[in-house]
Design a protein around this ligand. Structure first.
Ligand code: SF4
Ligand code: SF4
Ligand code: SF4
Ligand code: FES
Length: 947
């Protein structure tokens, strides 16, 4: 990694092709037209003092510290708001300018508590720097009215607002508007009275603020300051790394004091986040050092036994001997492994290699099974590659944006901010969602169409949209003729044109009025560049793969693939879900999505790994559970996954795990799955290891170790120890060597090296001889599979029907402050925003059942029953209820069923028929859970305290 350079150029870069040459302090400077004089100076190494300007925000021109002299101009223009002109002659340092600047600074400082020595940002304060820069030595003004006694707002758990230090530069207000798009801040009052206010002069916690940290980042003084900086002080060293939460893959500068994190600062050169962040990546990293971290390996014979702390050697030897014993007794295929989308590419690669080479079978699967496996299948069938087509930045060229079954404001917040910026610029928006999410209406945007469909009818909607496009002549015939397979197109065209696929015919099925479907189809096909973004509301259905193919059909039919501003964009949930799929985590695919039955591909791996590979695909996760219950599958190695909480039909998963003889769980916490384990191997957090994550744009970014692994080993080292103990040698000295092997064996990764990622910052696959610096946008000249293939997408109603007994449809989702199973975010102050899963129910359905706000309600499905508190809201439509699944005791997955996608077994989380009734006590499952959980915590505690 090159030295970390985070110079602030004062105003944003401009990208005009027209170049302008001017002279600044006698130096000739050439910059793109539209660049400010301030930025041009900074690019030439001439730093004009500034306070209200920063290069992440448009110039505002309020502080008057950046004044310059320009030949032929009267007065002293502000360099931040003055664009360059050809031939301009600028002076940034003259005695007069120095006088004016000192005078301005004197005014600021006269109303500032001069407590620099004890100030938390001493040494890291722009006001202090500028005062030094302009040579301020004394303040002549007598102490008059000031703001020094104003009270701090400490309501936010992560940062304080100390108005006594505010210089009213407006940077925070602009950051909240321009960068984050929340518009939570204003400058309240006028003149001397003016101060920053959250909402209607509320505490930050009571306002619209979503705690993204953009204002804290923008503040040049100690007014908005991270509480960790106040507690720990200014950092001593730092490294650039990648957020371990969602699939946006934001880059952060981890600022450290020794091996303690001081703060995570969103990295301005991060290609996925451009210096922005959300509350999770920015602030919710405290879990990494939480007291619940399990740092010692443990073993036990039965899950009712107390855990025994043992050495790493003992734990690894025990796990290996158990796997070998099971294989001898029950056959080679009686064991398997599960890789994690939270771990690095290198770690995931090693787990699947261990399963295939050391276990000698293909019983490896990953948590993508339960989220985006239909994306892999559907996009491979149609476009030829199992990944999204665009960069995030591409959205800035979109004229029409469709969001289907996704709520990026909650699940991919930094990308949502970028999308909202484009919407504020005037892009049109179509939202397809049963709920009214923040994407339907927000600050300064609202959807042109909200297709509020009934859960489970996605395919009917996509077929109806396609019907309109085909029958109203809105196809891009030239694109189709040149780029697509004509036979499959003809068949698809005839299929969607059938009357039963018309919006009118589908209106009853989907619940969406026909004219809305027609309007949305016309807008998508005729509105210019149209981009589709979708999430788990597309994939987690019985027809998940069908819907992904339907989306790809629509994009091809309208020519919306292969350039910026268009495309098919799956919003991946976890940080490395793309990577874990790329790395060969599925039972039928070797790294790079190549089928295990392909003997040529297999022979490459056989030569490199020195083993003979089984040509038969192995077991998927649900098949592993079935096989466990029928006695043929006895041992499982689970790295960084909590299948008990995240997989559907919890009771079934628990029964399957209870039936195993050796469950090895590697995790940073004693998660729900570990409570059924026989061997516990402590995991390492993203701060403790090197490696790479691949985000939803196929962007491979570095994860860099900023502290030693707390339990002694990084996760990849533990897998390596286990492989060696199983008698299969692995001898990597560093994850860079693992990546070298991945690159050698995977055509789309052929050109990827740690050195290249360090040099370029990140790289998007395919990265190989044809694209040495990677591929931001795919399918530009032709589809990866050659001709794009249209697939028939017949709507088939799910088996999960509402009945008199189960009259409501339950659908599930996420919330901004919590992440997935919540193991990390529940161990941070993020619980202040969301401390329990609640059931959202429409007022009409609530009234019918006598349910009031906050009441405990029983939710019963064909699979099970649980109890949550009710939130009454019109965000859900009548007949639909909604909950999140971040807390294990909620048991949201006790009620979800075994139904799954026909092609990939991805569970149908989004459609469960339920009844909801007021109750007074927890469900039987919850009572059992509480008992079991308590017992397991005690079993872990006994031996830890004895040790
Ligand atoms: S933390 Fe983010 S949302 Fe909250 S006020 Fe600051 S910029 Fe706005
Ligand atoms: S809080 Fe900070 S960024 Fe906002 S106006 Fe005050 S000094 Fe400027
Ligand atoms: S948007 Fe995602 S990757 Fe970025 S900081 Fe938030 S959780 Fe992390
Ligand atoms: S930095 Fe230019 S006016 Fe404040």
């Amino acid at each position: 990694m090159n030295a970390i350079d985070d110079k602030d150029f004062g105003t944003p870069a401009r990208h005009s092709q027209t170049l302008v040459t001017l002279e600044i302090d006698g130096v000739s400077v050439t910059v793109p037209a539209g660049t400010s004089v301030m930025r041009a100076s900074a690019e030439a190494g001439i730093n004009v003092p500034k306070l209200c300007a920063t290069d992440s925000l448009e110039a505002f021109g309020s502080c008057r510290v950046c004044l310059v002299e320009i030949d032929g101009r009267k007065g002293y223009p502000a360099s931040c708001t003055t664009p360059v002109e050809p031939g301009m002659k600028v002076r940034t340092q003259t005695p007069k300018l120095a006088d004016i600047r000192r005078g301005m600074l004197e005014l600021y400082i006269s109303d500032h508590p001069l407590d620099c020595l004890t100030c938390p940002t001493n040494g890291n304060c722009e006001l202090q720097d500028v005062a030094g820069l302009v040579g301020l030595r004394e303040v002549r003004y007598k102490k008059g009215d000031n703001h020094i006694a104003l009270k701090k707002d400490e309501s936010n758990p992560y940062f304080t607002y100390d108005p006594s230090k505010c210089i009213v530069c407006n940077r925070c207000v602009r950051a909240c508007e321009e960068t984050q798009g929340t518009f939570a801040l204003t400058i309240d009052g006028r003149g001397f009275e003016s101060r920053v206010a959250a909402g209607q002069n509320e505490a930050f916690m009571d306002s619209e603020c979503v705690s993204c940290g953009a204002c804290v980042q923008a503040c040049p003084t100690a007014t908005l300051t991270e509480k960790t900086v106040i507690r720990i002080g200014v950092a001593e060293h730092s490294a650039i790394t990648t957020c371990a939460y969602c699939g946006v893959g934001c880059a952060f500068k981890a600022e450290m004091k020794g091996s303690e994190v001081v703060r995570m600062v969103p990295w301005k050169d991060g290609k996925a986040n451009h210096g922005h962040s959300c509350v999770k990546g920015r602030f919710a990293w405290g879990y990494a050092t939480h007291k619940d971290r399990m740092l010692k390996p443990m073993i036990r014979k039965k899950i009712s036994d107390p855990w025994q702390e043992v050495s790493w050697d003992e734990a690894i030897a025990y796990a290996a001997s158990e796997f070998r014993r099971i294989q001898q007794q029950h056959g080679r295929d009686s064991v398997g492994g599960i890789t994690s989308s939270r771990c690095t590419n290198e770690e995931t690669y090693l787990v699947q290699k261990l399963v295939r080479a050391a276990f000698g079978n293909n019983n490896v699967d990953t948590c993508a099974r339960v989220c985006h496996s239909p994306t892999g299948y559907g996009l491979k069938q149609t476009l030829g590659e199992s990944a999204g087509t665009q960069t995030f930045d591409s959205v800035m060229d979109a004229d029409v944006i469709i969001v289907i079954g996704a709520n990026p404001a909650a699940a991919h917040p930094v990308f949502a901010s970028q999308m909202k910026r484009r919407l504020r610029q005037g892009a049109k928006l179509i939202v397809v969602d049963p709920r009214s999410t923040e994407m339907v209406k927000g600050a300064h945007y609202s959807a042109d169409y909200h297709l509020k469909l009934k859960p489970g009818t996605n395919v009917a909607v996509i077929d109806a949209l396609a019907h309109v496009i085909v029958t109203e002549g809105l196809l891009d015939e030239a694109f189709i003729a040149e780029r697509c397979d004509t036979a499959s197109f003809a068949a698809w065209k005839a299929f969607v044109a059938r009357p039963e696929n018309s919006p009118e015919a589908m209106a009853d099925v989907t619940g969406v009025p026909a004219e809305q479907l027609r309007g949305a189809a016309r807008l998508y096909a005729q509105g210019g560049n149209a981009a589709i973004y979708y999430g788990l509301g597309v994939t987690e259905h019985a027809q998940g793969s069908t819907m992904v193919m339907g989306i790809a059909n629509l994009a091809m039919a309208t020519g919306n693939v292969g350039r910026s501003g268009v495309g098919v964009n799956p919003l991946r949930g976890q940080n490395n879900v793309q990577g874990s799929c790329d790395m060969g985590s599925f039972p039928h695919e070797l790294p790079g999505y190549r089928h295990i039955s392909d003997s040529i591909v297999r022979s490459e791996f056989e030569a490199a790994w020195g083993v003979t590979l089984n040509p038969e695909p192995g077991l998927r996760i649900p098949n592993m559970f079935e096989a466990s219950l029928d006695g043929s599958f006895r041992g499982l190695y689970v790295q960084g996954e909590d299948i008990v909480q995240s997989d559907p039909n919890t009771q079934h998963v628990a029964d399957a795990l209870s039936a195993m003889e050796c469950l090895v769980v590697q995790d940073i916490f004693l998660n729900e799955t570990a409570k059924y384990a026989h061997v516990f191997l402590p995991g390492s957090s993203f701060l403790e290891k090197d490696g790479t994550f691949t985000n939803a744009e196929r962007r491979i970014s570095r994860v860099r170790k900023v502290m030693p692994p707390k339990a002694g080993y990084a996760d990849w080292e533990v897998t390596q120890l286990l492989a060696n103990a199983l008698g299969y040698p692995m001898n990597y000295a560093h994850p860079a060597e693992i990546m070298a092997e991945i690159a050698a064996l995977t055509p789309t990764f052929r050109g990827v090296t740690f050195e290249k990622i360090d040099r370029l910052g990140s790289v998007q696959w395919p990265c190989n001889d044809a694209a040495p610096d990677g591929t931001p946008i795919m399918h530009i000249e032709q589809f990866v599979r050659g001709k794009g293939r249209f697939m028939i997408t017949k709507y088939v109603a799910t088996d999960e029907k509402v009945t008199q007994r189960f009259p409501l449809i339950l659908t599930t989702g996420r919330i901004l402050s919590q992440y997935n199973v919540g193991a990390q975010t529940r161990r941070t102050e993020n619980v202040r925003w969301h401390s329990e899963d609640r059931l959202e129910i429409h007022p009409h359905d609530a009234e019918e059942r006598g349910i009031r706000e906050g009441d405990w309600v029983g939710i019963e499905s064909r699979s099970g029953q649980t109890v949550l508190r009710a939130t009454i809201t019109e965000n859900v439509q009548p007949g639909v209820v909604y909950t999140t699944f971040h807390f294990p005791e909620s048991g949201a997955n006790v009620i979800t069923t075994d139904n799954s996608d026909w092609a990939t077994n991805c569970p149908e989380y989004k459609v469960t028929a339920v009844q909801v009734m007021p109750v007074t006590q927890p469900s039987a499952w919850q009572k059992n859970y509480q008992r079991f959980n308590q017992q397991q915590l005690e079993l872990a505690r006994t031996e830890v305290s004895d040790a």
